[in-house]
Design a protein around this ligand. Structure first.
Ligand SMILES: O=C(O)c1cccc(C(=O)CC[C@H]2O[C@@H](n3cnc4c(=O)[nH]cnc43)[C@H](O)[C@@H]2O)c1
Length: 236
């Protein structure tokens, strides 16, 4: 089992690192720096947004493949906005689907995803058994996690996203980029998020970042044994 965990910012990466005893060592790649835990997890703070997430994740995946020690799983992790009432602040969400929610075109009839324009994909599905095992071990609620390039700042946009994706529990800004890079390398992906704020009208003062980071640390403490016993060939 070789796991790459991609976060957006160093504070999220360090919250993940805090779950692993024994400290970390720095591994410098040409365009990215990893923190390697004693247990062999590689932690990457790739930057905010899907483009940096995809670039950083692809760099780490390529470096590992060239070294002859490819990753067996990529995890997108961090804090997120939670859709009310299903994903309250402080709760955990594990993605059963990772959706690019604003990758498309605005038309007179509303938003049209790129797939309906004949391009690419807008969704990746993490392995079901891994999602279920993660939910059970960590208490994370399974549901869709949206990837957006613009943080939602109004009730109208929150309602529009919820109407288009009724099973969405959270929005963040990196999961789809991480998933695209993982898919290009044929490596399974999952996303786990700790909710720091509600999705809706912008109120930065209401973001509960330290509590969400603490929840992320707690989640990885419980997730590590799940990942270590997970069999990538189990498709049940
Ligand atoms: O200021 C800090 O101390 C701090 C510590 C950790 C993380 C941050 C961030 O600002 C992380 C940005 C990151 O968080 C995700 N996020 C969180 N809430 C939302 C949301 O409502 N909508 C979209 N994304 C959200 C996102 O993945 C960002 O990359 C600051």
């Amino acid at each position: 089992m070789r796991v790459l965990v991609a976060t957006a910012v160093p504070a999220e990466r360090d919250a993940v690192a805090a779950a692993f005893p024994g400290g970390t060592t720095e591994v410098r790649l040409p365009a990215a720096t990893l923190l390697r835990t004693a247990g062999g997890y590689d932690l990457l703070a790739a930057g905010v947004g899907p483009a940096l997430a995809a670039a950083g994740t692809a760099t780490a995946l390529t470096a590992a493949a060239l070294e002859g020690r490819p990753y067996t799983l990529v995890v997108s992790a961090g804090i997120a906005g939670g859709f009310r009432p299903a994903a309250p602040v402080g709760s955990l969400v594990v993605a059963d689907e990772i959706i690019a929610a604003d990758l498309g075109a605005e038309t007179a009839d509303g938003f049209v995803p790129v797939t309906e324009l004949g391009f690419g994909t807008v969704s990746h599905r993490p392995p079901d058994p891994l999602v279920r095992a993660t939910a059970e071990a960590t208490g994370a609620r399974p549901g869709a996690v949206l990837t957006v390039s613009t943080v939602t700042g109004s009730a109208a946009r929150a309602a529009d996203l919820s109407a288009r994706h009724p099973h969405a529990l959270a929005e963040a800004m990196e999961g789809f980029g991480v998933a695209e890079a993982a898919a290009a390398h044929g490596v399974p992906v999952m996303e786990i998020r700790a909710v720091s704020n509600p999705v809706g009208p912008r109120d930065r003062d209401a973001w509960r970042i330290p509590a969400a980071l603490a929840a992320l640390t707690g989640a990885f403490g419980k997730l590590a044994p799940v990942l270590e016993s997970w069999n990538p060939h189990d498709h049940r």
